[in-house]
Design a protein around this ligand. Structure first.
Ligand SMILES: Cc1cc2nc3c(=O)[nH]c(=O)nc-3n(C[C@H](O)[C@H](O)[C@H](O)COP(=O)(O)OP(=O)(O)OC[C@H]3O[C@@H](n4cnc5c(N)ncnc54)[C@H](O)[C@@H]3O)c2cc1C
Length: 423
């Protein structure tokens, strides 16, 4: 078995597979290590318009168009009394044939497609292979220790290791770089319904955000095979009020708090399984260190209210892949080469994070901002659609009249001098 590579990638989600494809395309020797056997379940099903760019760069648009994934043209918001806003159609602002049409994806199928795509570009993929340790030579990461499907440990080495392990953030945990967001500490509970009500025609794939009291909300995401992904996000103390502890009981109680959700789910059948996470919004202090680069959720994981995660993961994979390709050609993979990568990803996450903070502020509504500043509408749309690498300082000035916005967090730069030893 080969043990020396140009690049090792930990994790075969959207971030890992996209970086792998870009590097494989240029014939670099790439090993991708994935703990699970694909297809595997994953949450994160609703894409946003600006996912189009990375998918196009990866050459995946034709496959997406051929797929069964439900086309998503809009988002709408529903008040607890069931009053629904007009769907907001992306084609009112973007080209209908490209950016304005996105998808609701079943992640087991989407991620399998992406991993197959990486394989087709010459990447060696080892599934059921869990990375257990980063290998260091001094301060430099020189590879990883892997546990094989048979449970045996072995080592592989590379010029650079990419951590794309998702929100478990394997490397930043080991390096002691992980930082929690001070405020975004919600709980999400979700499940699936078959046969429940959805829109028709171009409204079939609308994402609906349905509010419950105390700034809690449901997502309602129509997928193929007549399945609906439905999730609830709120503060723990709201969900557990009156001593309720069971996730299913919390979920069912909140269905009654929103008339639209109640009506739409009533004709369907719950598949019975409930998923819970309380791990919300974390990031790594550094994006890179000697021999190491972080991608996707492993770099920064943000509250998913605006469905930005997969777009950011794909974008980080593409940007990282392209920078590493240049670095391999030039024989220079020093951490400082990833300064721009870190700044770009960080600017995107920070812009989205401000909107997330505003969303959870009790005094805030997008409608109020737009009523006072009609020019804000297009900027809000652009930011929510994922056009994140722009200067939105005017928008933040307007929004800060309605909601407290967070300070910029100190993260994103590469660690240049020394790397913390594993903790
Ligand atoms: C409740 C919730 C709802 C969400 N909804 C949305 C949404 O609607 N739209 C959206 O865009 N995003 C959403 N997200 C976010 C989305 O799930 C992530 O942003 C996205 O999956 C990140 O991709 P990734 O490639 O960085 O990581 P992942 O997709 O998590 O992939 C990481 C991979 O690494 C593997 N791995 C982990 N550790 C190891 C190891 N030690 N060795 C080998 N392999 C390893 C895992 O098995 C996994 O396959 C949601 C997230 C949550 C929690």
């Amino acid at each position: 078995m080969q043990t020396d590579y140009d690049v090792i990638i930990i994790g075969g989600g959207p971030a890992g597979s996209s970086a792998a494809t870009i590097l494989g395309e240029s014939n670099h020797k790439v090993l991708l290590l994935e703990r699970e056997k694909f297809p595997r379940y994953h949450i994160g099903e609703s894409l946003i318009p600006f996912t189009f760019g990375p998918l196009e760069r990866l050459g995946l648009i034709p496959e997406m168009r051929k797929s069964q994934f439900v086309k998503k043209y809009s988002v709408s918001f529903v008040q607890p009394d069931g009053k629904r806003s007009q769907p907001f159609y992306f084609f009112n602002r973007y080209d209908k044939e490209t950016v304005a049409q996105t998808w609701q994806v079943k992640r087991s199928e989407f991620d399998q497609m992406m991993l197959n795509h990486a394989r087709a570009h010459g990447v060696e993929v080892r599934e059921q292979s869990s990375v257990s340790r980063l290998l260091h030579e001094g301060e430099r990461v020189v590879g990883v220790e892997v546990i094989s499907p048979e449970g045996e440990k072995y080592e592989v080495r590379a010029k650079i290791t990419l951590d794309a392990s998702g929100k478990e953030a394997f490397a930043s945990k080991q390096q002691g770089w992980r930082v929690n967001d001070p405020y975004l500490n919600k709980i999400a509970i979700w499940t699936y319904y078959k046969g429940s009500k959805r829109g028709t025609g171009i409204d079939e794939g609308t994402t609906t955000i349905a509010f419950v009291p105390d700034k809690g909300w449901f997502w309602h995401i129509p997928m193929h095979d007549d399945m609906i992904s439905v999730g609830l996000v709120a503060e723990g103390k709201y969900l557990t009020r009156d001593g309720v502890k069971d996730p299913k009981a919390m979920f069912e109680r909140e269905i009654g708090q929103n008339q639209w959700i109640k009506e739409h789910l009533s004709s369907g059948e719950c598949t019975g399984e409930f998923w819970v996470t309380s791990e919300y919004s974390r990031h790594s202090r550094y994006c890179a260190g000697p021999g190491l680069l972080l991608l996707g959720d492993a770099f920064a994981f943000l509250d998913p209210v605006f469905s930005s995660g997969v777009m950011l993961a794909l974008k980080s994979g593409v940007l990282a892949g392209e920078e590493i390709h240049r670095g391999l050609l030039e024989g220079d993979l020093a951490p400082e080469r990833f300064t721009e990568y870190g700044a770009t990803m960080r600017q995107g996450v920070e812009n989205m994070r401000k909107l997330v903070y505003a969303f959870y502020d009790p005094a805030f509504s997008f409608k109020d901002v737009v009523m006072r500043y009609p020019e804000a509408a297009d900027q809000i749309t652009d930011c929510l659609s994922g056009d994140l690498n722009r200067d939105y300082s005017q928008l933040w000035e307007w929004i800060s009249e309605f909601a407290a916005l967070p300070d910029v967090l100190p993260y994103g730069t590469p660690l240049q001098e020394s790397i913390a030893q594993p903790v």
